[in-house]
Design a protein around this ligand. Structure first.
Ligand SMILES: [Zn+2]
Length: 148
């Protein structure tokens, strides 16, 4: 079996297990119940492909940072036919931007608005003693601080 075939098989097994047990795909969501900076990007990309930019921005605005990054890299790679200039800097800006978007989203919406929701069905809640109790306190504190 080639490495790519093996990776594909591992991916499929992972996908089947986490979907059947946790009804989620993101590793961070599956492990902790807390969404990551990439959560909602697939949905956002699908909205964007159908021309629904506002919906895409509502789900995860980072999709536009990724789009700019891809256009930037694509410009050098395919239009100019050369190596991407300042690739590390561009990647750094992308990651920093995504973390900023994530921070703002978590601050404003966690745990009540998708994709910044707490997934109660997660590995830590199942298998780490006290985690669910602790998390319930965190969620109550967040909601209380927001005055909701
Ligand atoms: Zn995620």
């Amino acid at each position: 079996m080639k490495a790519s075939g093996l990776a594909g098989a591992v991916f499929l097994v992972y996908y089947q297990i986490v979907h059947s047990v946790f009804d989620a795909f993101c590793p961070m969501l599956v492990l902790t119940g807390i969404p990551c900076a990439g959560c909602g990007l697939t949905r956002a990309a699908l909205y964007l492909l159908r021309g629904k930019g506002v919906r895409a921005a509502h789900i995860n605005p980072s999709i536009f940072l990724i789009l700019f990054f891809l256009l930037y890299c694509g410009y050098y790679r395919y239009m100019k036919g050369e190596k991407v200039k300042r690739f590390g800097l561009a990647l750094g800006i992308l990651v920093a931007g995504m973390l900023a978007v994530y921070g703002c989203g978590m601050y404003r919406y966690f745990p009540d608005r998708a994709p910044y929701v707490y997934q109660g069905n997660n590995a830590a809640a199942r298998w780490v003693p006290g985690y669910e109790q602790w998390m319930r306190g965190v969620l109550a504190a967040v909601r209380g601080a927001r005055g909701g």
